[in-house]
Design a protein around this ligand. Structure first.
Ligand SMILES: C[S@@+](CC[C@H](N)C(=O)[O-])C[C@H]1O[C@@H](n2cnc3c(N)ncnc32)[C@H](O)[C@@H]1O
Length: 259
């Protein structure tokens, strides 16, 4: 089974609880000046529990939240009223949307890079480009691959913590050639089955490895060009700082669909 089908189950909202609505609001404030949010439908691609939906609506956006995870979409449904349409369960590689029907597509908080190395994402980029109107924009909010490579070149990073009634061990490491960052996640219930179910974890626990593509912005630019997407802006963090690839807190990259 693909890791992203396991990793974004009901337990994800506890594991990533620190990725909250405040952070989402800051993210949307940083990218909004570069996006045609009021000009047509906006798609939050990989919306998770929908934490960006209210901030997007506050910036005048309307449209669609889409995700593969039924568990997270249940949360997104509560927030989706803000964006006008009910959230949709679909694979981002096959969007249930017409050609040229969207003003903006947003891949927020590392909702990209799951399907192999960067080159394997050409079909996804073509799909995003397909649904964008000419002049429409795609925003990628990705981790700083340079910083991740620097950090993990020195050795794996291991973190153990207690989360509710779970013991969580996460080990981050580089994949072959530094083309991916991998995170081995092991979750073991400390309480009974009932508490475990409340945390979204099966009684026997959970084991999986997250795997996200690492690349240089210039490599993504080139792949995007092949899909008719051209980078028009970039920002280095949710505080709206200038983009400096080596030191950025996040890579917030804005691409425009060519006419
Ligand atoms: C890192 S989470 C980010 C969620 C959300 N954007 C946020 O900031 O909280 C990535 C999201 O992408 C979704 N996802 C993973 N693979 C997907 C696919 N093939 N199609 C659609 N969504 C997918 C996951 O279910 C998850 O909700």
């Amino acid at each position: 089974m693909n890791w992203y089908r396991t990793a974004f189950g009901a337990h994800y909202r506890h594991l990533y609880a620190h990725r909250d609505g405040h952070e989402a609001a800051a993210c949307v404030a940083a990218i909004a000046p570069w996006l045609p949010l009021r000009r047509g439908p906006v798609v939050d691609l990989g919306c998770g529990a929908g934490r960006h939906l209210s901030p997007l609506a506050a910036h005048g956006a309307w449209g669609l939240a889409l995700d593969l995870s039924a568990d997270l979409l249940a949360d997104a449904a509560r927030a989706a009223g803000a964006l006008a349409l009910p959230p949709v369960r679909a694979d981002m590689r096959r969007l249930p949307l017409r050609d040229g029907s969207c003003a903006a597509v947003l891949s927020l908080f590392t909702s990209f890079g799951y399907f192999g190395d960067l080159d394997d994402h050409a079909p996804l980029l073509r799909e995003i480009s397909r649904v964008l109107v000419p002049g429409g924009r795609w925003c990628l909010d990705h981790l700083n691959a340079f910083a991740v490579r620097r950090e993990l070149a020195a050795g794996d990073a291991v973190r153990e913590r207690r989360l509710g009634s779970q013991l969580v061990r996460e080990q981050r490491r580089l994949g072959p050639g530094g083309r991916r960052v991998l995170k081995d996640v092991r979750i073991r219930p400390l309480g009974g089955a009932e508490r475990s179910a409340a945390d979204g974890v099966p009684p026997q626990g959970l084991d999986y490895t997250e795997s996200v593509a690492l690349f240089a912005p210039a490599e993504l630019d080139e792949l995007c060009r092949g899909a008719g997407l051209v980078r028009v802006a970039a920002c280095g963090g949710y505080d709206g700082r200038d983009f400096e690839a080596e030191t950025a807190e996040r890579w917030l990259l804005i691409y425009e669909r060519e006419a």
